[in-house]
Design a protein around this ligand. Structure first.
Ligand code: NAD
Ligand code: UFG
Length: 336
């Protein structure tokens, strides 16, 4: 059985669909601090399969112990964590406690119960401002904010644990920019309040919930001056987790993999692609650069492709169409 921490969230819920469709038994642990149990109900609806759910916090050691005592867990996919860069600058201790201490508790429970396989959600944010693109896994690690530093600290904890526990098998996945939604339009990204990320904001403008997009700077050294990122469809990303999990079962792994498409798109290219996919207008204005933003970031995912057999199937049009379907059918996210 697979323990999926943070499974009620955006990437977790999409990965659950793939896991259940591949006949895996799953128990989800989530404190619902940034998600809703409705996502899990919809995962079961899409797949016609059941999953177990425990509402608990990774900081609650007793609850964690109970989960490991109650289910025959043999591997863990660890999504649970806080992920808002700005909030991490304002509340760094909250981030170190939730992400680093939460993972520490999880690893202690895994060690105690001899659960040896793990897939961890890291982020391209560990690279900070890259020296060159496309970014390889061997690039310098220099995160520029507390959130990124929690990811790097966790990566280092995992590497140290591997050094002392030979049978521990771990895949560290550095995601680039996940967007899109399941094609059913039943699950998707449901940010609380004003979205920090580009696609949810664009989608809310297109649906008429917000007046216009603020484009953060048009004076970067890019194709049109706006920031360039590597957007990857969340379903392609979810499938990458199954490949990584399989790899942790084949061998005693310490694998670090970029998961991106290798393509970079600018903010304005995204706006235009979204307008086309949704047949709607996305008014925008150019404003100041957002502090801490970088100009260009995209992946070299060659290692994941070679070692995991990872390949993306969905292009930008599908990413925008699927985001739009989710937004249009669920204007209030899971709230309705
Ligand atoms: P999300 O917020 O939708 O999902 C995270 C889930 O973890 C939520 O359901 C939340 O309730 C839960 N959670 C948080 N702290 C917890 C705790 N202490 N105990 C139990 N549950 C807890 O985020 P997501 O976009 O699905 O991201 C999943 C993971 O991938 C995160 O670790 C995130 O840092 C990482 N990541 C995300 C992105 C992105 O752009 N979405 C990019 C790179 C990496
Ligand atoms: N952008 C705008 N207006 C907005 C939001 C974003 O112009 O309202 C621009 C940004 O300046 C950037 C691009 O759109 O050029 C993408 O911004 P996002 O906030 O969507 O994504 P980031 O690349 O800044 O960061 C995301 C996650 C991080 C993660 C990183 C790498 O938020 O947590 O991807 O995985 F670390």
């Amino acid at each position: 059985m697979i323990l999926v921490t943070g499974g009620a969230g955006y990437i977790g819920s999409h990965t659950l669909v793939e896991l259940l469709q591949a006949d895996h038994e799953v128990v989800v642990l989530d404190n619902l601090s940034n998600s809703s149990e409705e996502s899990l109900r919809r995962v079961m609806e899409i797949t016609g399969r059941r999953l177990e759910f425990v509402k608990a916090d990774l900081l609650d050691v007793d609850a964690l112990e109970q989960v490991f005592n109650s289910y025959p867990i043999d591997s863990v996919i660890h999504f649970a964590g806080k992920k808002a860069v700005g909030e991490s600058v304002a509340e760094p201790l909250l981030y170190y406690e939730n992400n680093v201490c939460g993972t520490l508790n999880l690893l202690k429970a895994m060690r105690k119960h001899q659960v040896k396989r793990m897939v961890f959600s890291s982020s391209a944010t560990v690279y900070g401002d890259p020296v060159s693109v496309p970014i390889q896994e061997t690039a310098a690690l220099q995160p520029t904010n507390p959130y990124g530093r929690t990811k790097l600290m966790i990566e280092q904890m995992l590497i140290d644990l591997k050094g002392s526990w030979e049978n521990f098998s771990v895949a560290i996945l550095r995601y680039f920019n996940p967007i899109g939604a399941h094609t059913s339009g039943r699950i998707g990204e449901d940010p609380a309040g004003i979205p920090n990320n580009l696609l949810p904001f664009v989608a809310q403008v297109a649906v008429g919930k917000r007046e216009k997009l603020s484009v953060f700077g048009d004076d970067y050294a890019t194709v049109d001056g706006t920031g360039v990122r590597d957007y990857i469809h969340v379903v392609d990303l979810a499938k990458g987790h199954l490949l990584a999990l399989g790899k942790t079962g084949e061998e005693n792994l310490l694998g670090i993999y970029n998961l991106g498409t290798g393509n970079g798109y600018s903010v304005l290219q995204i706006v235009h692609a979204f307008e086309e996919a949704s047949d709607s207008k996305v008014p925008y204005e150019i404003v100041e650069r957002r502090p801490g933003d970088i100009a260009v970031c995209y992946a070299d995912s060659g290692r994941a492709s070679k070692e995991l057999g990872f390949a993306v199937e969905k292009g930008l049009t599908e990413m925008c169409q699927d985001t739009w379907r989710w937004q249009k059918n669920n204007p209030e996210g899971y709230g309705v």
